[in-house]
Structure formats: structure tokens, C-alpha cells
Design a binder for this molecule. Structure first.
Ligand code: AMP
Length: 216
């Protein structure tokens, strides 16, 4: 199964994609995570995108298409993939159609997580992840059971993203409206768009997505 998760930054795409990765046995491809790993490792790609990411701007389309083109050929994508953070522009969506067509693949659904944007800045500026296993937490909405200790792996080191500050979040939201929101009519026109309420509880969103996929 090949899916795209759409929605503004902070909509909860990563959380749902992780759950889907487990329940469907497909790969979770987060372009943001791929780029952050490249920055951390100091690769050529990482050096080229570091400033762009930290300012909340978009990495050029051709670079992103090259990243995804290589990534979907890796073995963990053989049963399918969930794209989280890609495509982010209509040009990327067109390139994705082309890439999939070349491989005789297609998208099964594009799930958009609808959220109340006033809540997003609060959601994003409070979030952090476990350094060891990547589990996500939030200062107010999703605390670990024992403060400072990861529920999943017991790790005690956590990281906040450099671009999760209020000023950068507002720029990322502007880019979402200008560049990414046009993907909704793009996929609606192809009969692929499915909307879920991204403001519901995490469990209920997961159930809504599962229902959408049963019907896909
Ligand atoms: P995310 O983790 O999806 O919020 O992405 C973090 C940052 O990585 C974004 O603010 C962009 O700077 C960059 N990025 C991730 N995916 C893309 C993409 N598909 N196109 C352009 N830039 C991207």
C-alpha cells in the first residue's frame, strides 16, 4: 500500500505514520527526518539544506525528488510506503506521479489531516522526541509516564527540533498555505483525497485512517 499523509506542520502526520508503519508493515518515509539525519551526519545534502531547514523554507524540488526517487527503491519499501512531508509542492506531486508510473506503482490514497491552525503553534513548540528510539512527546499534551524517561525504551535524552520555534513555525505555515495546500485539489481531482479530523484523540484519528484505508 502506498500512501501520502498531508497536513500542515504539527498536524500529527509523523505520529500517525509511525502507527501505520507498524500496522501495515510498510516503510515510513519522512523527508524532514531524512534531511535532519543528513544534517546531523554532515553529508553533502545535509550541508546544502541546513540553513534552509532552520529558516523553515522549502528545499528545492529537484533535490527532494532525487531523495525520494532513491529512497523508494530501497528494500524496505517493497511492500509499500507512507510519504510524510512529501510531496510539498505541485511540481513534487507531478514528479512523484512520474516516478511511480516508471515503476508501475500508484498511490492508494492521500490522507489529509484537517486541524485548527490556532492550535498548531502550541502543538509544535511543545514537542520533543526521545534520542534513542524517536518516540514523540509534548510538554502539555503527551508527557512520558515518568518525567524525563521515555515510555517506550527507557531513554533519558530528548531533543527538540531546531525549527520548532514560533517564528519558524509561522514561516512553515505560510509555505504550507502557498505551496502545499494546492495539492488538495490536485489529489481531489484524481479521486485520491480522504479527509480525517486531525483534532481528535490520537487513537480516534488512527481508527479514522484505518476506516479510510479499508474503503480504499
Ligand atoms: P518536516 O519534518 O516535514 O516538517 O520538514 C522539516 C523541513 O524539511 C521543512 O520545513 C523543509 O525545510 C524541509 N522539507 C521536508 N520535506 C520537504 C519537501 N518535500 N520539500 C521541500 N522541503 C522539505
Amino acid at each position: 500500500m502506498n500512501l501520502v499523509l498531508l497536513g500542515p506542520p504539527g498536524a500529527g502526520k509523523g505520529t500517525q505514520a509511525e502507527r501505520l508503519q507498524e500496522s501495515l508493515g510498510v516503510a515510513h518515509l519522512s523527508t524532514g527526518a531524512i534531511l535532519r539525519a543528513a544534517v546531523a551526519q554532515g553529508t553533502d545534502l545535509g550541508r546544502q539544506v541546513k540553513d534552509v531547514i532552520e529558516h523553515g523554507d522549502l528545499v528545492p524540488d529537484d533535490m527532494m525528488v532525487a531523495v525520494i526517487s532513491h529512497r523508494i527503491d530501497e528494500t524496505d519499501c517493497a511492500k509499500g510506503f507512507i510519504l510524510d512531508g512529501f510531496p510539498r509542492t505541485v511540481a513534487q506531486a507531478e514528479a512523484l506521479d512520474h516516478l511511480l508510473g516508471e515503476r508501475d506503482l500508484a498511490l492508494d490514497a492521500v490522507i489529509v489531516m484537517a486541524v485548527d491552525e490556532d492550535a498548531l503553534v502550541d502543538r509544535i513548540t511543545g514537542r520533543y522526541t526521545c534520542d534513542d528510539c524517536g518516540a514523540g512527546y509534548h510538554d502539555r499534551n503527551l508527557k512520558p509516564r515518568v518525567e524525563g524517561v521515555c515510555d517506550r525504551c527507557g531513554g533519558c535524552e530528548f531533543t527538540r527540533r531546531a525549527d520548532d520555534n514560533e517564528e519558524t513555525v509561522r514561516d512553515r505555515l505560510t509555505h504550507y498555505h502557498d505551496m502545499t495546500a494546492p495539492l488538495l485539489p490536485y489529489y481531489e481531482g484524481r479521486g485520491l483525497l480522504r479527509k480525517v479530523d486531525g483534532m481528535a484523540e490520537i487513537e480516534n484519528i488512527a481508527e479514522a485512517i484505518a476506516a479510510v484505508l479499508r474503503a480504499a
